[in-house]
Write a protein that binds this ligand. Structure first.
Ligand SMILES: [Zn+2]
Length: 67
């Protein structure tokens, strides 16, 4: 059975800049606008997953099947 799971966008703190909107540059004291959140400090996270669920039936050769 194939199941499609979709999670709607959720607002989360940007982990790349820890919510500050800026990341340290090459020079000391220099900062750049965070590319992941574009300086807002927050991002939206959504998810699309496909689950493939199949029955698990171990094959027992030596013992009779217990129902
Ligand atoms: Zn960021």
């Amino acid at each position: 059975m194939i199941r499609e799971i979709t999670r709607p966008p959720k607002i989360a703190l940007c982990r790349n800049c820890h919510g500050t909107g800026a990341v340290p540059g090459d020079e000391p004291g220099e900062t750049h606008v965070c590319l992941q959140c574009e300086g807002s400090g927050r991002v939206t996270v959504s998810c699309e997953m496909t689950l493939d669920i199949r029955p698990y039936k171990p094959i027992r050769k030596d013992k009779p099947r217990i129902i």
